[in-house]
Write a protein that binds this ligand. Structure first.
Ligand code: NAD
Length: 505
């Protein structure tokens, strides 16, 4: 793996003109225009300026892409490769992604507004790491022999499902795709992926790099376009065997309907969240809690499914923790995402910014107090910047505490007893992440067990890493988990082979 290098702003500005922006659909190993000839504009949310005209796919393009993926699934060019050979090709692809890390990071930054320190330091590096991790695992997994009766050999093996469709959000455009591509491709499936329209560019280039690395044509296809046409067409397609979705709970539900109305394809949903961070009265290092709590809510501008958006703090620590949090914000400069020192860039779009600001208003209307932030800043840039925002005096029944805001807005809620803290934390329709801050081992274990969430961090904000599954309880997920070997199960079918042995003559 190459060392992490964050390009400086001048180098990035100079490189933008020659970036390899791929703006057409990627089907069967080649770029092509949408059949309908339509294109849509992708803009830089830091400036509001257009950066590319991207081909807008439709259902007819989905048909073409699924047909290519079907051929590649059925003729065995990928599924019947030796696992070790699939591994070699996927690792070659991951290496290419690493080698193009700065270019891909820059594409991601101008398309999504994510700070270059994050895209170069994390998103693209982690995309390559994810693909490599699944590739390396795939020739080390064994099937099973069942304890069947004498005279029978019964094996239990996993087989690829066939064609996997994936529909991806805009908050981690490359990485969310990698969380699907890593396990789905390693286990021998072929794929058709629809990126979010705001952020199609990095994935189109990453797909091209797969072909350059030797991944056979038709194995990975990318069709940008609107959710209501391309996303729905994938969800309903009779030749798609499994649909993996990351996005909002409302859209996620639709995929269950699409499947139920049609071929009962397997549906895997990674959805929204309203994750609690509980701070118990025994904590001594409030600066450390503040630093972690800030990461939990302000990382990626709060556009994060597992953002720790509810800070549930013991009454005795509230004032001191607020003070520590405000001090911590000195470490969270907002600015041009091409500047390596920016930790917050713009929100993805004007409408997302308006939604976030509406939530702040609604919180104030219900009695919350803005400690800091809560308004658009850096207007002169033309971008959609909102500073880190802290709302104090929030009750858990307010909209800001119940609904996913998907922006840099932290709601501070007080509690008195451990039971009350757990009750407030679990009083949400979501169940993705949670954090517990305490120096008491007993409290940590007790509360971690009681929290209805897929990932619980103790004394830190945590999403785990590639070795651990990531997924949610309740309205935060359905059908499976991303990451780790657990993700392999969701992209494979289980086969029993029952072999009856003839008695010796
Ligand atoms: P979204 O649900 O609006 O869109 C996600 C994808 O679905 C996009 O590609 C979109 O074009 C497509 N889509 C929209 N309408 C569709 C339809 N009718 N049929 C089929 N596809 C359709 O979500 P978003 O705004 O892109 O992303 C933010 C959401 O994603 C948040 O709720 C966030 O919590 C969630 N998210 C979850 C995870 C996780 O792992 N649990 C990770 C990242 C983001």
């Amino acid at each position: 793996m190459t060392d992490t290098h964050i390009p400086d702003r001048d180098a990035s500005l100079a490189a933008i003109a020659s970036l390899p922006l791929r703006t057409r659909l990627f089907i069967d190993g080649a770029f092509r225009d949408a059949k309908g000839g339509r294109r849509f504009t992708s803009e830089n949310p830091a400036t509001g300026q257009p950066i590319a005209e991207v081909a807008e796919g439709g259902p007819e393009d989905v048909d073409l892409a699924v047909a290519a993926a079907r051929r590649a699934a059925d003729d065995g060019r990928w599924s019947r490769l030796n696992p070790g050979d699939r591994k070699t090709l996927l690792i070659a692809w991951a290496e290419r992604i690493d080698a193009h890390r700065e270019e891909l990071a820059l594409i991601e930054t101008i398309d999504s507004g994510k700070p270059i320190a994050d895209t170069a330091g994390f998103d693209i590096a982690e995309t390559a790491r994810c693909i490599r991790w699944h590739a390396e695992a795939i020739d080390k997994l064994y099937g099973q022999v069942a304890p069947a009766p004498e005279g029978v050999v019964a094996t239990i093996t996993r087989e690829p499902m066939g064609v996997v469709g994936a529909v991806i959000p805009w908050n981690y455009p490359a990485l969310m795709a990698a969380w699907k591509m890593g396990p789905a491709l390693a286990t021998g499936n072929t794929m058709v992926i629809k990126p979010a329209s705001y952020t199609a560019l990095s994935l189109l280039r990453i797909a091209e790099l797969a072909t350059e690395a030797g991944v056979p044509d038709g194995v990975l296809n990318v069709v940008p376009g609107p959710g209501g046409s391309v996303g729905e067409a994938l969800g309903r397609h009779p030749d798609v065997d499994c649909l993996a979705f990351t996005g909002s709970t409302d859209v996620g539900r639709r995929f269950l309907h699409y499947s139920a109305d049609g071929n009962l394809k397997r549906v895997l949903l990674e959805l929204g969240g309203k994750s609690p961070q509980i701070v118990f009265p025994d904590v001594t290092d409030l600066a450390s809690v503040a630093a972690n709590a800030a990461i939990a809510i302000f990382m990626n501008m709060g556009e994060n499914c597992s953002a720790g958006s509810r800070l549930i703090v013991h009454r005795s620590k509230r004032a001191a923790l607020l003070e520590a949090l405000v001090a911590e914000l000195a470490n969270w400069p907002v600015g041009d995402p091409l500047d390596p020192s920016s930790r917050l860039g713009p929100l993805i779009s004007r409408s997302q910014m308006d939604t976030v600001l509406d939530y702040v208003e609604s919180g104030m209307g219900e009695g919350a107090r803005v400690v800091t932030g809560g308004e658009q800043i850096l207007r002169e840039t033309g971008g959609y910047f909102v500073g880190p925002t802290i709302l104090d005096g929030v009750r858990n029944d307010m909209r800001v505490a119940r609904e996913e805001i998907f922006g840099p807005v932290l709601s501070v809620i007080e509690f008195d007893t451990e039971e009350e803290a757990v009750r407030i934390a679990n009083d949400t329709p979501y169940g993705l992440g949670a954090s517990v801050y305490t120096d008491d081992l007993h409290v940590a274990h007790r509360v971690a067990r009681e929290l209805r969430a897929g990932v619980v961090g103790v004394n830190a904000y945590a999403e785990g890493d590639q070795t651990t599954p990531f997924g949610g309880y309740k309205l935060s997920g359905f059908g499976g988990h991303d990451k780790s070997v657990h993700a392999h199960d969701q992209y494979t079918e289980t086969k029993t082979t029952w072999i009856t042995l003839r008695p010796r003559p």
